[in-house]
Design a protein around this ligand. Structure first.
Ligand code: NAD
Length: 301
């Protein structure tokens, strides 16, 4: 798609004519465009947004039909591909998410909780697949998402990587196998720009460990210790969040007992893994009945 738009627009430039329409539409003689999944990216100027655009442009089975940014963003009007550091795609960054949901089969979103809820409402209205990677959604916001998911398929995955999702299952199994006097601590590290803590993935690991123990994470979580905290509460699940540099995402679940320790660790070294998971989720959810799904559903684990 990137190649064909570039050729078209450079041909148009050379002839002095105005460039082709922004959103590529399938034509009867173009089977690649017809079979590709039409992807829209909300927050296309963000770290994950740009990664999604680069990965989709390189993926034969995807077609980027648009990208939007928040009102007032300096990215609006720039080419979605050029913004992501690749060849222009002939698609300018817009600010009207309604148009995007109209044009796309699936809209991928890694933004903020408030923006995500607004877009989930649009997904429901347009009956389009919505893949949500945004983290930091609180329980009432997830309940709102659930309401919108009555109209369309929404996949909510605070972590889209295959490795993390497999490790979640292992954490539940280990927690189930160990006596409750094993202490559970979750340590995560992310880049200096991350705004929420603990990470959505750390909380997923906490829930997975709590599930293995038959405990309620909301009652057992110890989030942030400072000063004279007193001894560790029996059965607590502790969290520690480190921030710095350009770390994509590292999580360790530590099971500690007298005389021994088990550590299960996942390290993400590229955001590409999240993009691949998002495309897998988009393909899986397309044509699926309305509902709020997770990466467990997508991966069948
Ligand atoms: P970022 O700040 O680089 O990007 C967010 C983008 O969203 C920005 O460009 C911002 O302008 C845009 N945005 C905000 N409100 C908007 C609106 N109303 N309409 C359109 N665009 C809007 O952040 P990031 O590092 O890309 O992370 C984004 C989110 O994704 C965070 O919650 C992060 O924790 C999460 N994340 C999830 C995964 C996963 O696998 N699920 C992986 C990485 C990051």
């Amino acid at each position: 798609m990137a190649k064909s738009s570039k050729t078209k627009s450079s041909r148009a430039k050379a002839s002095g004519k105005i460039a082709a329409p922004a959103i590529p539409r399938p034509t009867p003689d173009n089977s690649r465009l017809k079979s590709a999944l039409r992807i829209g990216v909300v927050g296309c100027a963000g770290r994950m947004g740009q990664m999604l655009v680069r990965a989709a442009a390189a993926n034969e089975r995807c077609l980027v039909v648009g990208g939007v940014e928040r009102a007032g963003s300096s990215a609006i009007g720039r080419d979605v591909g050029a913004l992501a550091g690749i060849d222009p795609l002939g698609v300018p960054v817009g600010s009207d998410a309604g148009d995007l949901f109209d044009a796309a089969d699936a809209v991928l979103e890694f933004t903020s909780p408030t923006a995500t809820l607004h877009h989930a409402e649009l997904a429901a209205k347009h009956r389009k697949v919505h893949i949500v990677g945004t983290t930091g959604l609180e329980a009432p916001q997830i309940a709102t998402l659930q309401r919108h998911a009555k109209q369309t398929a929404i996949v909510l995955a605070p972590n889209m990587s295959l490795g993390v999702n497999l490790l979640l299952r292992m954490v539940t199994q280990v927690a189930r196998s160990l006596d409750p006097d094993w202490d559970i601590e979750i340590v995560e590290m992310h880049h200096r720009h991350k705004v929420d803590a603990p990470s959505g993935t750390a909380l997923l690991f906490g829930r997975a460990a709590a599930a293995g123990r038959g405990a309620d994470l909301d009652k057992m979580a110890e989030r942030g210790r400072d000063g004279v905290t007193g001894a560790r509460k029996p059965g607590a699940i502790g969290f520690a969040a480190l921030r710095g540099g350009d770390v994509v995402g590292e999580h360790s679940v530590i099971f500690a007992a007298e005389g021994e320790r088990i550590e299960l660790t996942h390290k993400a070294t590229s955001r590409d893994i999240f993009a691949r998971g998002a495309f897998a989720a988009a393909r899986w959810a397309t044509g699926r009945k309305p509902g709020l799904y997770s990466m467990k559903d997508v991966l069948g684990i």
